[in-house]
Design a protein around this ligand. Structure first.
Ligand code: BEZ
Ligand code: FE
Length: 331
């Protein structure tokens, strides 16, 4: 019998066709089916000492496996997915965070932010995406200064108050602002030398007031020259963000506010490719020759920001807005 030529069993019972001894106890292996592989992975990862890491990884594996089952993912398709993720990783540099772009264009950043908002102990100004163009150590300006170098399309003032949720002014709050320049580009995109432009930090006065000069931001295409742009194009999405101004506002004992104001004139408010313009309250008008603006005769945006008090959990969880260029850095 041909089967006898492949493995011999000690008790001389016939070996099976795959070479294991016929009657001997077979070595224990993971005997897996599409229905059992998920639990096998979860069981093996159950040794993870950190309980939050264990919870996150268990849920991630379960959902990823279910996704593969739902779409009946083939090996060739999964290689396409791995190729895509590899390209996303290769595109990342200190000036370009393609993974944030992927998270943003798939709405994951918006979801994480919206869930985070629900954990605030008070309802302050709505939040919006940090996006990939925030940078630490922006220049500090004094009230009324201009943050942009190119003013060829005119200037716009921004003014208002920073208060707590009851309207009491917060003096010395720091307002970080960053936006596209007159040509619709962030400084990181426009200037390879790394010089900063169209961003800065202001401080509120004793009455919580702030005042600054900027330019009108423009509707803006997310970077389309990488794998995420290719995905967006393949999906026939326009890839545009409505014109917006980013703000990061902080004060001791208040929850850091990461938000943005969106211009009411933009045609992309309802179709933002990164799902950031999700609150009507963050839509602002540029008022022509605003009579209430502290700098007379200027076109201006007036906006008052409300900060929630910081909870113990906020204190422990650290900053919401941190510099994307630090992600993946060695130290
Ligand atoms: C932005 O705010 O400019 C931005 C946000 C997410 C992805 C790309 C750009
Ligand atoms: Fe932006």
């Amino acid at each position: 019998m041909a089967m006898r030529q492949f493995g011999k069993s000690e008790n001389h019972e016939p070996a099976d066709a795959n070479g294991a001894g016929g009657g001997a106890a077979k070595p224990a292996v993971l005997s897996l089916t599409p229905a059992t592989v998920t639990q096998a992975v979860v069981d093996q990862m159950a040794t993870t000492p950190d309980p939050r890491m264990r919870e996150i990884m268990e849920a991630a594996v379960k959902h990823l496996h279910q996704f593969a089952r739902d779409v009946k993912l083939t090996p060739a398709e999964w290689l396409v997915g791995i190729d895509f993720l590899t390209r996303v990783g290769k595109m990342c540099t200190p000036d370009r965070q393609e993974f944030i772009l992927l998270s943003d264009t798939t709405g994951l950043s918006a979801l994480v932010n919206l869930m985070h908002d629900k954990t605030a102990i008070e309802v302050g100004t709505d939040t919006s995406l940090l996006g990939p163009f925030f940078r630490e150590n922006a220049p500090r300006f004094k009230a009324g200064d201009q943050i942009c170098k190119d003013l060829s399309n005119g200037e716009v003032a921004m003014y208002g108050k920073v208060t707590d949720v009851n309207g009491s002014p917060i003096p010395n709050a720091e307002i970080g602002i960053w936006q596209t320049d007159t040509h619709g580009l962030y400084d990181i995109q426009a200037d390879p030398t790394g010089a900063m432009d169209s961003r800065g930090i202001f401080t509120t006065d004793a009455n919580g007031n702030y005042l600054l000069r900027t330019v009108a931001p423009l509707d803006y295409s997310i970077p389309m020259d990488g794998p995420v742009g290719a995905m967006v194009q393949a999906q026939k999405r326009h890839g545009m963000r409505p014109a917006h101004i980013h703000l990061l506002i902080g004060a001791p004992d208040y929850r850091e506010l990461v938000t943005a104001l969106y211009l009411s004139s933009s045609e992309y408010l309802a179709s933002d490719v990164v799902f950031g313009s999700s609150s009507e309250d963050l839509v602002a008008d540029i008022v022509k020759n605003d009579p209430s603006c502290p700098i007379k005769g200027m076109d201006a945006i007036r906006y008052d920001f409300k900060l929630s008090r910081m909870s113990e959990a906020d204190r422990l969880s650290g900053r919401v807005g941190s510099d994307p260029s630090k992600i993946g850095a060695d130290s």
